[in-house]
Design a protein around this ligand. Structure first.
Ligand code: ATR
Length: 290
């Protein structure tokens, strides 16, 4: 569809924004679904976030995605915030309302939809979660909110994991997250677990790195989900598969965080067939680049 006087604009604010795949997701969907919308990267300098959000609203932008380093800082500039995003303390999607933007965290809803689409359950499950940084903390909330039975949260640094576990348990009102050190993994009760890899270890170009290198750990995993999608197959995924588990990368999480944002902005439901079409396009980009 041609750009004309009725074209709606959405964009990504962050710094840097050059490597984003979000324009591919949103512009492909808009074209496919016949929506008169375009999505563009919008670089925002460090001290200009407030102006950027106010300016976007003044320019009638329909919505924004927010990436590093503004996912928490942007909250102070919102009119309203969704409850999950509030609990997580991070917002990646802004939806226009009459008097300002409402913030959502579609990263976590995206992870949930990605898992559901692969047949992976969280409700009632015993889960191992690696890491206690911003991403892992959000995953811990997601698991708790979606009814996980127990989350063994393993991190290199004790203070961080202990603080995150206490915070999530307090917010949820039950002891769902159990903090542990990475090296204590053998204390996790015997059984097979869903393991979510939420650290930055293994991210390209450090593709041979893995947060736990011991083979014994991977015997505990029936399904491994890495939030990383570059490389296509991380060392964590390779080791999970080598011990008979299924393994998934984070590309579907990226896909669905975008799809949920698109749905919020355009007030539509994107079909699984359309989601799959966008996924194939993203995947081609990665497998060609690898
Ligand atoms: P993000 O926002 O991507 O989660 P982050 O907040 O910097 O990034 O968190 C990075 C996570 O990766 C942390 O859990 C970190 O462990 P520490 O809390 O001990 O720092 C983990 N991490 C990074 N490098 C690591 C390494 N070499 N070994 C083990 N864990 C590592």
């Amino acid at each position: 569809m041609e750009i004309d006087g009725r074209t709606k604009i959405c964009g990504l604010i962050g710094n840097p924004v050059e490597h984003t795949l979000s324009p591919m997701i949103h512009n492909t969907l808009a074209q496919r679904l016949g929506h008169n919308m375009r999505y563009v990267p919008l670089l925002v300098e460090r001290d200009r976030l407030k102006e950027a959000v106010a300016g976007a609203f003044a320019l009638n932008l329909l919505g924004l995605n927010v990436t590093v380093p503004y996912k928490s800082e942007v909250i102070a500039n919102l009119r309203e915030i969704d409850e999950l995003a509030q609990n997580i303390g991070a917002v990646n999607t802004l939806v226009r309302t009459t008097d300002g933007y409402k913030g959502y965290n579609t990263d976590m809803e995206g992870l949930y939809r990605a898992m559901t689409s692969e047949g992976i359950r969280i409700g009632g499950e015993q889960i191992i979660l690696l890491g206690a940084g911003g991403a892992a903390r959000a995953v811990a909330y997601l698991c708790a909110v979606k009814g996980a039975d127990k989350v063994y949260m393993l991190n290199r640094t004790w203070d961080k994991v202990q603080a995150v576990a206490a915070e999530v348990n307090r917010a949820i009102g039950r002891d769902v997250v159990m903090p542990m050190l990475l090296k204590e993994y053998s204390q996790i009760p015997a059984g097979k677990y869903l393991a979510i890899q939420g650290t930055s270890v293994g991210l390209a170009p450090h593709v041979e790195d893995v947060v736990i290198a011991e083979e014994a750990f991977y015997k505990k995993i029936h399904t491994g989900f890495d939030l990383i999608y570059s490389p296509w197959e991380t060392k964590f995924m390779k080791m999970t598969k080598a011990h008979g588990g299924r393994a998934y990368n984070g590309l579907k999480m990226l896909l669905y965080q975008g799809i949920i944002a698109y749905e919020l902005w355009n007030n539509v439901t994107v079909s699984e067939a359309d989601a799959q079409m966008v996924y194939e396009k993203l995947k081609a980009h990665f497998t060609l680049a690898d």
